[in-house]
Design a protein around this ligand. Structure first.
Ligand SMILES: CNC(=O)NC(=N)Nc1ccccc1
Length: 299
């Protein structure tokens, strides 16, 4: 089973290579492409916190100077990490208003952040230069709906052009079912991983008594991809979520053991929000929260 973390929005965060050298982490979601293209041929925008050099492609909000990221992705690949580019986030200016826009957005992401294709280098920018991400994550926190299935299916049609390479689609729905933003996409497009945000929603969070992992397994069984791996999403420290939703490693352990045993086929692992919060949350025995989670997954 795998440990996934979000990286890119942490306070005074360390560069990507620091986290890619951590053996506890398997999947790293680069957060975020937080501005959606308004129309066809428009560029999306990005934000990676304290990283990058502040320059953007002229007339856009797409960062063009993310040297730490383009320098560090090779380290992540050498260390066997899966690196996904996350779309959305809390403060995203995001809305898919039409299928044509969804298809444009998918094409833009693929040709700009996917495998470099010399036929397109003069048309699309390469914000991470020659580096290719391993797929795309959808952290859609508002204005969701039908366009996302179109966008994901378009991305998958591009994945099919590289049959000998593995690319992934993941999503971070809220725990209340049906998720307002992604339920349509989950029904009509194939996700490889769903890391449910089992925090910030009192009725179903892992810290309360409404934890609904079983119900989410049912959602997956009835979805476009019954093989989707279901991850338990958790805050990596007290202050990484709204108060009251943090679980100590001692509280996480029985939860993971129960559901890993109940649903061995579906249980994918744990997702943490987010990398820097984990780094700053060191247990009495000197382990970061991510390392504590990895121990639980392998206990
Ligand atoms: C996968 N995305 C998130 O987990 N976003 C997230 N946790 N945003 C946030 C919400 C409330 C307080 C702090 C962060």
């Amino acid at each position: 089973t795998n440990l996934a973390v979000y990286w890119g929005q942490g306070a005074n965060q360390q560069r990507l290579s620091h986290f890619c050298q951590e053996t506890s982490l398997d999947i790293i979601n680069l957060a975020f492409i937080n501005v959606f293209p308004d129309a066809v041929s428009d560029y999306p925008g990005s934000n990676f916190g304290n990283q990058c050099d502040g320059t953007v492609y002229p007339g856009t909000e797409l960062l063009s100077g993310c040297h730490q990221i383009w320098e560090d992705i090779p380290v992540c690949k050498e260390m066997g990490k899966t690196v996904l580019l996350s779309i959305g986030g809390e403060t995203a200016y995001q809305q898919l208003t039409s299928d044509i826009q969804a298809i444009w957005f998918a094409d833009f992401l693929w040709y700009s952040f996917g495998p470099q294709n010399e036929n397109y280098t003069d048309v699309y920018p390469r914000p991470f230069q020659a580096n290719a991400v391993d797929g795309f994550d959808f952290d859609i926190e508002h204005d969701g709906g039908a366009g996302y299935a179109t966008m994901i299916n378009r991305l998958r049609s591009h994945f099919d052009e590289y049959p000998d390479q593995q690319f992934y689609i993941s999503g971070a729905p809220q725990c209340a079912i049906p998720d307002a933003q992604l339920s349509d996409a989950i029904s009509n497009a194939s996700f490889d991983f769903l890391w449910v945000q089992w925090y910030n929603t009192a009725s179903c969070s892992a810290s309360g008594d409404g934890f609904n992992y079983d119900d989410w397994v049912e959602v997956i069984r009835n979805s476009a991809n019954p093989e989707t791996k279901l991850f338990i999403g958790l805050p990596a420290s007290e202050d990484a979520a709204i108060a009251g939703f943090y679980l100590t490693p001692e509280e996480v352990s029985p939860l993971v053991e129960t559901y890993m045993a109940l649903y061995p086929k579906h249980f994918g692992g744990i997702m943490l929000w987010e990398a820097t919060a984990s780094e700053n949350n060191v247990s009495p025995d000197g382990l970061t929260y991510a390392e504590e989670m990895k121990e639980i997954l392998y206990s």
